[in-house]
Design a protein around this ligand. Structure first.
Ligand code: MV4
Length: 422
């Protein structure tokens, strides 16, 4: 886009690729994230001294922090993302569900809001039917979530969920839903401009996860057909237009027995956005920047075409069996290439992977006309990928691509946990 860019970094990331490539860089503090990447005064100082117009929050750290978005705007800078009000609303899972339900988006049967006491939880659970799931209003990442298979398990689930929610989020508000036992996790990518135009870019299937860490994502979902995608997209874009939502968002659904149920919304771009970019031919980050600058989308839903199939493998600096992080120095680095192969990575030969942050070090994305071709391309690219000096999840991905159930697209959110236990 020709926009000069400033990278911010902690002392631990001084050698990082993005720091070397940016037009300018500013060190914002020591390795501990709370003193650097979560340090709002340091970030605003970096923006001020470099004369930045806008801040892109990325997808971790402060990207869904309404207070940060507010502070950025209060300093006369543009936050490249939604309004603070919408970030705050979607951060409260109960408020998010209420808003979506009122706009006609389907939900899992459950309590209307937080449960005041155990007696009410019993009544609501009896009405829904067991098994039920108790969830934290401030939740995310599966923390503060407990299943009760029958009424005898409800009291323990209630107490454990509240205690976990209080410890993790400082907020013990919980709600209840019917427990779906074998859903897929399907999410819809949307963009909205500041002029009321909302479009979707189809779905991603993110069911392949372990302990709430996604490992492999696909666009589109092997379980959906174009008619189901169009129907969901129409419901969601209509709802977000009425809500006045702006910039990028992802709505998360559970999909089981041919039905969608909204569970959460992320008010940011996500790690797995490249698979959507590949099948739609759109640069979502540049779209976010154009929207934040007040430009109109300039295209309609009917202009968005879905072409082929894309798969992303998350390459983590982890031992591929026990999943413990393996920071260290990369000695050799060779990335695969060729038609339909994309690598989004900060790795290079000689770089050091610090121990302080998330272990994601590369994304390998393949795109091909059909899913079976994408899988073949993925197998070849994984075999060609050479990262020496640290352990990575490449060998696990090599096993997944050769599995007949994966090849058939026959999996739920529980599939990977069983697969790694084999
Ligand atoms: C559920 C569910 C089954 N039934 N809700 C996990 C984290 C949070 N984002 C929502 N989660 C779930 N909610 C009902 N009513 C199962 C999960 C769940 C899950 C969801 C998406 C991806 C991976 C998951 C792994 C375990 C449980």
């Amino acid at each position: 886009m020709g926009i000069p860019t400033v990278a911010v970094h902690s002392t631990a990331d001084a050698e990082a690729m993005h720091v070397r490539l940016a037009d300018e860089s500013v060190c914002i503090g020591p390795p501990a994230a709370r003193d650097s990447y979560l340090n709002i005064p340091a970030l605003l100082s970096a923006a001020t001294i470099t004369g930045a117009d806008a801040i892109h929050p990325g997808y971790g750290f402060l990207s869904e922090n309404a207070g940060f978005a507010e502070t950025v705007e209060a300093h006369g800078l543009t936050f490249i993302g939604p309004s603070p009000e919408h970030i705050r609303m979607m951060g409260d899972k109960i408020a998010a569900k209420r808003a979506m339900a009122s706009l006609g988006v389907p939900l899992v049967p459950g309590s209307d809001g937080a449960l005041p006491d155990l007696a009410t939880a019993r009544e609501v659970a009896a009405g829904i039917g067991y098994p039920v799931l108790i969830k934290a209003a401030a939740g995310g990442g599966g923390r503060g979530m407990k299943v009760a298979a029958d009424p005898s398990e409800l009291e323990d689930a209630w107490r454990l969920a509240r205690a976990e929610a209080r410890a993790a989020f400082g907020n013990d508000a919980v709600y209840i839903e019917a427990y779906l036992d074998r859903p897929r996790h399907i999410e819809l990518q949307v963009l909205a401009d500041a002029h009321g135009n909302v479009v979707h870019f189809g779905e991603r299937d993110c069911s392949l996860q372990r302990r709430h860490q996604k490992l492999l994502e696909e666009a589109g979902s092997p379980a959906l057909n174009p008619a189901a995608r169009d129907a969901l997209g129409e419901t969601v874009t209509g709802a977000l237009a009425r809500l006045g939502y702006r910039n990028a968002g992802t709505l998360e659904f559970l999909y089981q027995d041919g039905r969608f149920a909204f569970i959460e919304m992320n008010t940011r771009l996500q790690v797995e956005h490249p698979v959507t970019e590949m099948v739609c031919g759109v640069d979502l980050v540049s779209e976010q920047i154009r929207i934040a600058a007040g430009q109109e989308l300039g295209y309609r839903q009917s202009d968005i075409a879905f072409s082929g199939h894309a798969i992303e493998c998350r390459i983590n600096a982890e031992d591929p069996i026990g999943f413990t992080p393996t920071p260290g120095r990369v000695t050799t680095y060779h990335a695969p290439g060729g038609l339909g192969v994309r690598i989004d990575s900060a790795l290079y030969a000689g770089c050091f992977v610090p121990p302080y942050y998330d272990s994601l070090v590369a994304k390998l994305i393949v795109h091909a006309p059909r899913r079976a071709d994408a899988i073949n391309r993925l197998r070849r690219a994984l075999d060609e990928f050479a990262v020496h000096g640290i352990q990575t999840t490449v060998p696990l991905h090599q096993r997944i691509v050769d599995d007949p159930e994966f090849q058939a697209g026959d999996y739920t959110i529980h599939w990977l946990e069983n697969f790694v236990a084999k």
